[in-house]
Design a protein around this ligand. Structure first.
Ligand code: ADP
Length: 719
């Protein structure tokens, strides 16, 4: 046999694969996981290509092949595609795919016990209890002891005397197979038409993208369940991506209701052991139904037939640290490489997706109304210039009246303010000094429940000082503006008999707390729920009829090109929580800018004219989706050196026509965690290969150990 060379990619910060020679007696294939020397160590990597050995080159040798299933060719393609498009090192993308080395070892086992056919003759009362009450068998020794109400010693003794036989069980149990027609609902006419369209897309077994565009509560989930059922019919796997924040027990339970089994789930807060089970079962093709946050897209599926991106407009699909990527866009890429369907679902699709649907690249499937007798809530603006709130208060009279009515009718209300804590600013009344984060350009937020000042960017916190740090005035700090805790205080005074609770990452950060609050809300045990962005998505509270938005203008500021679009999306979603069943819903949005086109369109329920206006503006300025953007973020510990480096980087930009380079400039967040930041924005036409250009540019300069340079293709965040 000819000698071979193997190109091996390692899961470390390297841009590409390295060449190795393969010993003659090795049977190696692309996708194999192998050990090979890199630097001073022997490391695990993946064979990404093979070729004839070049005898003139002396190469290091592959050391051994790991006996696990290879990574698929499609996945290897996807890794390099992600790396090229996002200008990130391919090795780091592979690291995301392989996860933890523990995923590659076989499942540990634990001993379970069953009753022996030949029981010992000497049976004490405790042993009799073990036999009669210790089951069902097989069971763990501790379970048997607990059920039989006997000591673990008795169980161990019984094992020694041959009364119980042990069997080794894998800790990582396989996932139960979903039942395709388990809890299928009777769909409405519109829903049936939409689901048939989606199912026929999946049946094509070829790359295609569908936008499932339906108003909130129209049954998009029920409809895409049918496409999921089709995808998993013949041993296929389906991945449903959801924003991490909405990956709640309630959402998972809907899968159980429809498919009879819990899906495999994947999110950042899982333990390594739980991730190991999912990773391995996905790789074996045994986890058919996977519901996960964005990083689930990089799980090593064997027979993926469908990806659903639920709430496709959601900003949490963009990963901004480390390997930057947008899971929505990369889902489309992955589907193209693997030749299957992808469904992008939303009540408020992103302009990028809408334009693709309009020009026929994506199928556009519409659900115009809620099923049965449920209607979209009536949305009205409350002009705070006409209905000012009382001094130091934040809830206007129309909202107070609406909540009163809801309580009289024994219904539920929800108030939305995307601000954790008590007040976003702590100000010294004596000298005007504001409490700032020590290493970040942000004000500290007052959290009265813990009496601490907290930086929401870095997590830094400190007790609120007794006297001003600048002028030393005693007890001079005052709270400026509202957070959810302050709204809670105001509501509790206004409605002393109501059961009021807060839903934010401070009160419901742990999955158990969140589940308990959600379940109480669903059962109607909470009258008024005050929430941050955690309340926006994915919840169905049948008795919720009123939504009040405390500050409709909050997300309009900040100079973000998508500010109007985001505000519109969030407010449609949050008001869409009201009236999801038979009772009609109502939403009031407090604003100082009722004339803003995003807010005016909300009141009129006129999505189309808002989209038209936004699209015209973007087209005129050649902004996405009519042009491309890339951002460069340069950061360093020394401000002067950071500036010099940023200017030097600009000076080495490859010269091309029709490309706009803006900056370097100091962004809104000029310093984060002690690192000074500068931003550069690059704008090009749609036909231009901006990723390639940015990579060539980046390769022209060497970064120093204290300076970081990050490229963000299609930036969503301009801070
Ligand atoms: P969306 O995903 O569009 O917001 P959902 O799929 O969550 O909408 O549906 C909203 C609610 O209406 C859910 O409780 C869902 O089970 C229910 N629903 C939707 N379609 C039907 C139907 N055809 N029959 C009964 N209930 C339905």
């Amino acid at each position: 046999m000819d000698m071979q060379n193997a190109q091996i990619l390692f899961p470390v910060n390297v841009p590409g694969a390295f060449d190795y020679s393969v010993p003659c007696d090795f049977k190696i294939s692309i996708g194999n996981l192998v050990y090979a020397p890199i630097g001073k160590h022997i490391k695990l990597g993946v064979v990404v290509s093979l070729g004839k050995a070049d005898q003139s080159r002396k190469l290091k040798e592959v050391v051994s092949i790991k006996s696990v299933k290879p990574i698929t060719l499609e996945m290897i393609d996807f890794i390099f595609w992600t790396a090229r498009y996002n200008c990130v090192p391919a090795g780091l993308v592979l690291k995301m795919v392989l996860g933890n080395l523990k995923f590659l070892v076989t499942s540990p086992t634990v001993n379970y016990f069953t009753l022996s056919k030949n029981l010992p003759t000497k049976l004490t009362t405790a042993r009799l209890s073990l036999i009669n009450n210790g089951g069902p068998f097989p069971a763990r020794a501790s379970e048997i002891a607990k059920r039989a109400n006997i000591s673990l010693g008795v169980v161990r003794n019984f094992i020694r005397s041959g009364g119980l036989i042990s069997e080794a069980h894998q800790v990582d149990r396989p996932f139960d197979a979903p039942i395709v027609n388990y809890g299928k609902l009777n769909l409405t006419n519109d829903q049936s038409i939409a689901s048939e369209q989606l199912v026929s897309q999946v049946r094509k077994k070829a790359f295609n993208v569908s936008l499932l565009d339906g108003v909130t509560g129209s049954g998009k989930t029920e409809v895409y369940f049918e496409a999921v059922a089709e995808a998993i019919k013949e041993n296929g796997q389906a991945l449903i991506l959801v924003p991490e924040i909405s990956l709640t027990q309630a959402v998972i339970s809907r899968f159980k209701k429809r498919f009879g089994v819990f899906p495999a789930t994947w999110h950042s807060q899982m333990t390594v052991a739980a991730k190991r089970r999912v990773w391995r079962e996905v790789k074996n093709g045994q986890a058919k139904l996977v519901v996960g946050a964005r990083s689930a897209l990089y799980l090593p599926f064997e027979s993926l037939r469908l990806i659903v991106v639920d709430e496709e407009h959601d900003t949490s699909y963009k990963q901004e640290d480390g390997v930057t990527y947008n899971a929505r866009d990369m889902s489309v890429v992955r589907s193209k490489i693997s030749n299957h369907s992808v469904i992008l679902a939303s009540a408020t699709p992103s302009l990028e997706t809408l334009v693709n649907a309009r020009c026929g690249k994506y199928a556009h499937i519409i659900l115009p109304e809620r099923p049965g007798s449920a209607f979209l809530p009536k949305v009205e603006l409350v002009d705070l210039k006409k209905f000012p709130t009382r001094k130091g208060k934040f809830i206007s009279e129309p909202l107070i009246l609406a909540i009163k009515k809801v309580l009289q009718n024994n219904e539920q209300a929800m108030l939305y303010l995307n601000r954790r804590g008590y007040a976003p600013l702590i100000l010294c009344q004596s000298c005007g000094e504001k409490l700032k984060s020590p290493d970040t350009d942000s004000w500290l937020v007052e959290h009265r429940s813990t009496n601490r000042a907290v930086c929401h960017f870095t997590g830094f916190s400190m007790p609120i000082p007794k006297s001003c740090l600048k002028c030393c005035a005693e007890d001079s700090f005052t709270s400026i503006g509202p957070g959810v805790e302050r709204i809670f205080e105001e509501v509790s005074i206004l409605f002393p008999n109501a059961n009021v609770e807060i839903l934010s990452s401070d009160t419901s950060g742990k999955p158990k707390e969140l589940a308990s609050r959600m379940s109480r809300m669903e059962k109607g045990e909470i009258d008024i729920l005050i929430g941050t962005q955690m309340v926006v998505k994915g919840h169905n509270f049948p008795n919720l009829t009123f939504v009040g938005v405390i500050d409709g203008d909050l997300s309009l500021s900040g100079g973000d090109l998508r500010a109007g679009e985001r505000t519109f999306q969030t407010l449609v979603q949050v008001s869409g929580r009201a009236g999801r069943t038979k009772k009609s819903g109502h939403a009031l949005i407090q604003t100082h800018q009722p004339e803003h086109e995003a807010l005016a369109a909300l009141e009129l329920g006129d999505r189309d004219s808002f989209i038209e206006a936004e699209l015209n503006l973007r087209e005129a300025l050649l902004l996405p989706p009519f042009g491309k953007l890339a951002a460069v973020i340069i950061s360093g510990i020394d401000e002067k050196k950071t500036d010099i480096f940023a200017k030097k980087f600009i000076s080495v930009a490859p010269k091309v026509n029709d490309l706009t380079v803006l900056g370097p400039s100091e962004p809104l967040m000029g310093r984060i965690r002690g690192r000074y930041r500068r931003r550069i924005l690059v704008q090009s036409g749609l036909e231009f290969n901006l990723s390639k250009y940015m990579q060539i540019w980046k390769d022209r300069i060497k970064t120093h150990s204290n300076l970081k340079l990050q490229i963000d293709i299609d930036p969503q965040n301009f801070m």
